[in-house]
Design a protein around this ligand. Structure first.
Ligand code: NAD
Length: 335
């Protein structure tokens, strides 16, 4: 199999490549990534130089380059590339529409032109909007995105669906809950809290801290995408989630306890506009129809994650020293 992976230098894409390149030594993987602030080839140093893996720098909105590469014949596209951070989408929505909507359409068009046999579109539970105190998102829940990020992902999901309905493109859409684990950019909740707590900096928590997310260890997401790539029924959507609903404040308190740091570091900040209250995933379809099962529960996953950030401080400190600091100060005020 030849697989064209987009966004493979980001958090989930790099975990996916590390998982797949070792698991399938006879497959060929091309990692196509433009390397935005969130892309980091350092994540992939373990597979650099391995013969079934190659990196190509490029933008998914670049029609000529995408066509040129896909014309060489690929069995599958696994599409991770996106602008992925909700807070940034509030500051700068344009790039989210360009990359997430137009970039996805460009890939779909090229996949159609060159007869790609499977297009796996990696999406998010955020396209469903916000839940009340009860109920879960199923694949039939209507899309009701509330942030420019989730709206742009919903737009891309609908284009993927349309390319299946109109042109018969063999697609799957996966909608996963919040991921955590190694190589997550330190603007996202869990690595942000770990890094700031270790440096005894204040820990910004939105609103009352009671927003609920369902958390999945990234490797479990990768195993689900692997299954969908091989076994997914064309045209189907698969929800992926860990049955690990936690409030944001619970996450922060758990990390502080694990690190032996005081709760006085917590600082409640003005809530994010349009902040979804609760996400919860019903993953019955992928578990019963494809036999997927996550290996980690939240307690084991968070300990493994904290250990990784403790053992790899150079990785996130290098990131924090650049453009990221400017963004952080703009978002939460400098300290
Ligand atoms: P990330 O921001 O860490 O990585 C995104 C990657 O895409 C980066 O390597 C970046 O350089 C690349 N990229 C961005 N724009 C590009 C472009 N125009 N052309 C080529 N490459 C480009 O994101 P992530 O957290 O790894 O998320 C990956 C995918 O999974 C996204 O589609 C996201 O919507 C989805 N998702 C994420 C989560 C989560 O919790 N992180 C949950 C569910 C779904």
């Amino acid at each position: 199999m030849r697989i064209f992976v987009t966004g493979g230098a980001g958090f989930i894409g790099s975990n996916y490549l590390l998982y797949m390149v070792n698991k399938y030594p006879t497959y060929e993987f091309i990692n196509y990534d433009v390397l935005t602030y969130a892309g980091n080839l350092e994540n992939l140093s373990q597979i650099e130089g391995i013969s079934n893996y190659q990196f190509i720098k490029g933008d998914i909105t670049n029609k000529d380059l995408v066509d040129k590469l896909l014309s060489t014949g690929f069995d599958a596209i696994v599409h991770f590339a996106a602008e992925s951070h909700v807070d940034r989408s509030i500051l700068e929505p344009d790039i989210f529409v360009k990359t997430n909507v137009l970039g996805t359409q460009n890939l779909l068009e090229s996949a159609k032109k060159f007869g790609v046999k499977k297009f796996v579109h990696v999406s998010t539970d955020e396209v469903y909007g916000s839940l009340g105190e009860t109920g879960l998102f199923t694949e039939e829940t209507p899309l009701a995105p509330n942030s420019p990020y989730s709206a742009s992902k919903a737009g891309s999901d609908l284009l993927v669906r349309a390319y299946h309905e109109t042109f018969g493109l063999p697609v799957n859409i996966t909608r996963c809950s919040n991921n955590y684990g190694p190589y997550q950019f330190p603007e996202k909740l869990i690595p942000l809290i770990i890094a700031n707590a270790l440096a005894d900096k204040t820990l910004p928590v939105y609103g009352d801290g009671l927003n609920i997310r369902d958390w999945l260890y990234v490797e479990d997401h990768c195993s689900a995408i692997d299954l969908v790539l091989h076994e997914g029924v064309n045209g189907e959507v698969y929800n992926i989630g860990g049955n690990n609903e936690r409030t944001n404040i619970h996450i922060v308190q758990t990390i502080l306890q694990e690190l032996g740091k005081p709760e006085s570091l917590i600082r409640f900040v003005k809530d994010r506009p349009g902040h979804d209250r609760r996400y919860g995933i019903d993953a019955t379809k992928i578990t019963t129809q494809l036999g997927w099962k996550p290996v980690h529960n939240f307690e084991t996953g968070i300990q493994k994650t904290i250990r990784w950030y403790l053992d790899n401080q150079g990785w996130w400190k290098r990131i924090q020293s650049g453009e990221y600091q400017q963004y952080f100060d703009q978002q939460y005020g400098s300290r």
